[in-house]
Design a protein around this ligand. Structure first.
Ligand code: ZN
Length: 156
C-alpha cells in the first residue's frame, strides 16, 4: 500500500471501530429499549473509584439500541483494506469487471467491527458522574488508539 492508502486505512472509521476497546461490556439485554447489565472493565472501574464514585463493577442500567452508524444497520461493511481510499470509476476500470462485480456483490464484506453484525449498538444511560468518567476513559482510549495506529502506519 502507498503511504496515502495507509493513511486512509488507518484513519478509516471502520479500522478504528475494529481496534477500539470498550470501557464496559454488556453482558445481557434485549435487542430493544430496556435494561441491560453493564460490566465495567477493570481500568474503568478503577477510574470510577479514583474519582470517588462508589459503584459496583456490574450495574443494571437502561439502554437504547440504536442503528449502528458504521454499517448503517447492515451488519457488514466492505473491508476497509479494499476501499478506505475511496474507489473511483478509474479504479474499477483498472481492476476489471470481475472485481467490480465481486465488490458490488459484497465479496469483500466483513462483519461490522462496531456492532459485530448485530446491526445495532447500545447507548447506555449512565448517571451523570459515571458518564463523565466513561467519556474520559473513551477519550484516553481514542488517543491511545490513534497513537497505536499511527505507529503501525510508520511501521514501528
Ligand atoms: Zn455495525
Amino acid at each position: 500500500m502507498s503511504t496515502l492508502e495507509d493513511y486512509n486505512y488507518y484513519g478509516d472509521a471502520r479500522t478504528h471501530a475494529a481496534w477500539a476497546r470498550k470501557p464496559y461490556t454488556i453482558t445481557q439485554g434485549p435487542t430493544t429499549k430496556g435494561r441491560v447489565t453493564v460490566t465495567f472493565v477493570d481500568s474503568m472501574h478503577e477510574l470510577l473509584c479514583e474519582n470517588g464514585i462508589d459503584v459496583p463493577q456490574e450495574m443494571e442500567l437502561l439502554a437504547d439500541w440504536q442503528v449502528c452508524p458504521i454499517c448503517r444497520g447492515n451488519g457488514t461493511v466492505v473491508d476497509p483494506r479494499v476501499d478506505s481510499s475511496g474507489l473511483t470509476q478509474e479504479d474499477f476500470d483498472h481492476m476489471g469487471l470481475d472485481f467490480e462485480e465481486s465488490y458490488k456483490r459484497g465479496d469483500y464484506n466483513i462483519t461490522c467491527p462496531a456492532c459485530s453484525g448485530r446491526n445495532v449498538i447500545p447507548k447506555v444511560t449512565f448517571p451523570e458522574d459515571v458518564q463523565k468518567c466513561v467519556t474520559e476513559w473513551e477519550n484516553d482510549e481514542a488517543e491511545y488508539r490513534q497513537q497505536q495506529l499511527w505507529e503501525l502506519q510508520m511501521g514501528c
